[in-house]
Design a binder for this molecule. Sequence first.
Ligand SMILES: [Zn+2]
Length: 207
Amino acid sequence: MFNVVGMNEFCGMANGDSHCWLCQKPVSTRALFCHQCGTIQPVREIDHFARLGMERRIDIDIEMLERQYAALERALDPERFLIRGMGERGHAAKQLEALKDAYNALRDPLQRGRYWLKLNEKIFNEAVAANVLVGELRQALTDATEPSQCDTIAQRAGQALEQGVMQLMQALRGENWDQANETLIELDGVEGILDEVRARRDGLTPQ
Ligand SMILES: [Zn+2]
């Protein structure tokens, strides 16, 4: 069951913990528009889930995310602010930017996992203790002299990435922070290998 914040909350004064920059009436921190005067509000410090009106949890309903994003994007369409003053146009543009950042961070499971750790203040020392899998792939890449060898490495790395993302999600669900960090380090390494193997393959392909 996924909860979602209705659009009306985005112009509500739920907590009234901030003030409208124009009319000074209290507005909720997550409000896009002032409850009183309807003016677009400046970007405030809220987490990505709140920005998209999603419940804060690691597993998200992607369809709902898409719907929320589309609705908010429409509300922030620059066309709507064309006849507004500079201040309002500026806030709308920054809100749209913040919305896109939030959307991109939540849509991709790997990025969402990374963000989730940060949000929960569970980012540990990222010093990569030599990861076995990454080490193996790197060695194979060093030894590769044929495009077909590169393809095999790319395939292994691709599979590792897919499995790693699932492992990461599982670790985050179980609040197994050590495991999550370890997996994230491996994923970073595997992503790096994937970039390198593509470049390498291009280099090996006869012109
Ligand atoms: Zn106002």
